[in-house]
Design a protein around this ligand. Structure first.
Ligand code: ADP
Ligand code: ZN
Length: 436
């Protein structure tokens, strides 16, 4: 069952022909903007020279810095009168960037999000509670419009206020939730405080989680806590927001909608394509955006294409779970480490709770990793021998994974800060670094 059978199962050759047609249209639009118009004059973008989809590789890449230095209108290629909404990236890393949308752009985006929701089994009979920030953050309005397009009763619940979220779920019989994964574990704790069980006391039947990196182990935990499947959703403001890539019922990689985007995966240093199936930086070109097309945008997100076909019959290629942004990687004592490697280890240990914080500090001139790890069960802290054993186990398992021995501090459940938006899992407090 597909939302748009013809597009979703289009044979690769036809899909590529569609991409080529849309790429040419996109470039003709893009060069009307001051930024890409400048590149055309310099001979770096020549729409007529594009003969195949892979000719996209001859075009210059666009970075977040390019967007910031041409803020706010340098990438706009229609009259301002035609734009009807803007979104900004939340600025997890630095200043925001802005994206403008026309009527067409918002419709196209809503349709992609509806396609995603349909792919995981959501239908117009569902009550879809969207638990994330509305306003400039794209997860709010993006899923709102997608849910409405699907025809589901879409509840614009917004972020935070867990008791109210639970009441909404009960009052309206919520069947589908979208939120960030780090919030679900907190929501589950509030169910407990109220003496409720999300499995028995709600009508929930599926979860959509995304917008922040998380491991398979975290997904497994969330599925256990809520007793339903949780599907991974990938997107970024510069590419609209949600609706770029989404898992299907098989939960094995996210179909990246290739009628709307051209995806490349490149080596972060050489910027050459990586061999099939290897990890690199995802580069995306919009194919269906009018106000602000972006050409070869460097997402900085690291992932790989999953080789082979998906049993669901969709022909759009799948990307693997995003391991993080290229700038999430830190180097300590000569070892390259991704926070997600540490999360993977922690979430496999049952006594470990759902929240943790990785801090890099300098002690007596030596750089150290300090891991604050929440315990899963309150009261466990009386058993000192047990705690020590657990801390040792975490230390060893993390060291085996990243080759650096961390200092592990166990903390009570709920002791770590809980921001309303994306979780903060990493701080670099080393001497000579700016605070993150
Ligand atoms: P900001 O860049 O300020 O965080 P966005 O809301 O646009 O603002 O965030 C998009 C980024 O969030 C992506 O580039 C990616 O790093 C991360 N992200 C989004 N969805 C996922 C996901 N499913 N898994 C991992 N990371 C994700
Ligand atoms: Zn599939």
């Amino acid at each position: 069952m597909y939302w748009e059978p013809e597009l979703e199962t289009m044979p690769r050759q036809a899909l590529e022909a569609l991409q080529l047609k849309r790429l040419k249209q996109t470039l003709r639009r893009a060069v009307k903007s001051p930024y890409y118009g400048g590149l055309r004059r310099e001979g770096k973008i020549t729409p007529a020279a594009i003969k195949t989809v892979s000719d996209v590789r001859s075009l210059p890449m666009t970075t977040k810095e390019d967007m910031r230095s041409h803020f706010p209108y340098g990438f706009l290629c229609v009259d301002r009168q035609q734009t009807i909404r803007l979104h900004c990236s939340s600025g997890t890393t630095g200043n925001p960037t802005v994206i403008f949308h026309t009527q067409h752009d918002l419709q196209s985006w809503a349709n992609l999000v509806a396609r995603c929701l349909f792919a995981v089994g959501a239908r117009d009979t569902d009550v879809f509670q969207n638990i994330c920030g509305y306003g400039l953050f794209t997860g709010g309005l993006g899923f709102q419009c997608g849910g409405e397009r699907l025809g589901a009763l879409t509840v614009p619940a917004g972020a935070g206020n867990s008791r109210r979220q639970i009441k909404l779920m009960q009052d309206f019989g919520t069947t589908v939730i979208h939120t960030i994964p780090s919030y679900l574990t907190r929501l589950h704790a509030v169910f407990g405080e109220l003496g409720l069980d999300p499995i028995k006391d709600t009508r929930l039947r599926l979860l959509v989680i995304g917008a922040e990196p998380h491991t398979e182990e975290t997904r497994q935990r969330i599925q256990q806590l809520f007793g339903v499947k949780a599907f991974n959703s990938y997107g970024l403001t510069e590419m609209n927001g949600p609706g770029v890539a989404f898992e299907c019922e098989h939960q094995n990689g996210m179909h990246l909608w290739e009628d709307a985007y051209i995806a490349e995966i490149v080596d972060t240093d050489t910027l050459d394509p990586v061999p099939e199936g290897e990890v690199g930086e995802l580069i995306l070109t919009t194919l269906d955006r009018h106000a602000m097309p972006l050409v070869r945008y460097r997402t900085r997100d690291l992932t790989r294409f999953i080789p082979g076909q998906c049993p669901c019959g969709r022909t759009h290629r799948r990307i693997d779970r995003v391991v993080g942004r290229s700038d999430d990687m830190f180097i300590i004592r000569g070892c390259n480490v991704f926070p997600m490697q540490i999360e993977g280890v922690l979430m496999r240990i049952p006594e470990v709770g759902h929240d943790y914080l990785i801090s890099l500090v300098t002690e007596n001139g030596v750089d150290e990793i300090v891991l604050d790890v929440e315990l899963r069960v309150q009261g466990f802290s009386d058993d000192f021998a047990g705690l020590e054993k657990l801390a040792r186990r975490i230390t060893h398992e993390v060291r085996d994974e990243i080759l650096v021995t961390p200092k592990v501090r166990l903390v009570e459940p709920g002791a770590l800060p809980k921001p309303e938006g994306k979780a903060i899992r990493f701080k670099d407090l080393r001497e000579g670094r700016c605070l993150q």
